[in-house]
Design a protein around this ligand. Structure first.
Ligand code: HSE
Length: 301
């Protein structure tokens, strides 16, 4: 199975928007075992991701699902890492999505997408302590997802046009920065924030990447905190926009940076990111990729 990177928040949509990327991705092999329990093994585990199911997002998501639907089942989850974790690429969400999607298929549960999202998001607690649904929903469904409601869990997939993306993958220095976010943004910023969420959705419906880029490039909730944690973020964002990109923001929980631009401009934006961030602590790689409407899926081994 293959589960894609996702970029959550997409500017103003804190915890309610995410989109799916064609690359990078992680691979997973999920097999049922003869006795109850969850075993996790990780190939290429250069970041020492925990394999105790209580501390691993795939393990916790699987545990939630099995406890509710099939307590006697045992499972082995093999994670083949290609992505760097802890960098705003939705890797923890990809793991949760793969575990739930795989178990649904293997056990013939026929869960609805909303049920899968609800189990999968509980796995996120093992990483950031919060069961946000944005990354797992995008990893499961592909495209652009809008969390319509958390109670009850209800997500909507919007088909995305093929938007070129440049992404600098940078690992966070702290485990999570959510705790530093302030929700007291005041009336003027609140109105602007809501307006921008509406603009993002409208831009997707009208396939307008320029408007999409403008709408995602301002956020008053998470970007002030996460942008401040990335050395050179604000100056580099300005350079990226001045060079002609449509928009730029922090990807997910940071510290990755995502920009949308024309295909012709991708190498130039990638070069700006490479120059600006390659010396940053936790820098991994700059990707020239694009959005996709495919979420987690089975691949032949
Ligand atoms: N919405 C989540 C956050 C995404 O901003 O913390 C984490 O990838």
């Amino acid at each position: 199975m293959k589960a894609p990177a996702t970029s959550a928040n997409v500017g103003p949509g804190y915890d309610i928007f995410a989109l799916t990327l064609h690359e990078p991705f992680d691979e997973f092999e999920i097999t049922l075992t003869g006795e109850p329990g969850i075993a996790i093994t990780i190939d290429n585990n250069s970041q020492n991701i925990p394999t105790d199911p209580n501390d691993n997002t795939a393990g916790l998501a699987a545990m939630e699902l099995l406890r509710a639907r099939s307590p006697e089942t045992g499972v082995h989850i093999r994670i083949i890492k290609h992505m760097c974790s802890g960098g705003g690429l939705g890797t923890t969400g990809a793991s949760c999505a793969a575990a739930v999607f795989g178990l649904d298929r293997l056990l013939g549960l026929n869960l609805s997408w909303n049920e899968m999202v609800d189990f999968a998001r509980k796995g996120e607690v093992a990483s950031g302590g919060s069961p946000h649904a944005d990354n797992v929903a995008a990893a499961l469904l592909g495209g652009f997802v809008l969390v319509k409601s958390y109670q009850p869990m209800d997500v909507l997939k919007l088909e995305l046009p093929d938007f070129p993306v440049v992404l600098a993958a940078i690992k966070k220095s702290q485990r999570t920065t959510r705790g530093f976010i302030t929700y007291e943004i005041g009336q003027e910023k609140l109105k602007e924030q809501m307006a921008r969420c509406a603009r993002v959705i409208h831009a997707i419906h009208t396939h307008d990447i320029e408007e999409f880029g403008k709408a995602i490039s301002q956020d008053y909730i998470h970007e002030p905190v996460r942008g401040a944690a990335i050395p050179g973020y604000w100056e580099t964002k300005k350079r990226i926009i001045d060079a002609g990109a449509f928009g730029c923001t922090v990807s997910g929980g940071g510290s990755s940076v995502i920009a949308f631009c024309s295909q012709e401009l991708q190498p130039e934006i990638a070069a700006i990111m490479q120059e600006a961030f390659s010396t940053a602590p936790g820098f991994a790689q700059v990707f020239q990729t694009r959005t996709t409407n495919h979420g987690v899926r089975e691949i032949s081994s």
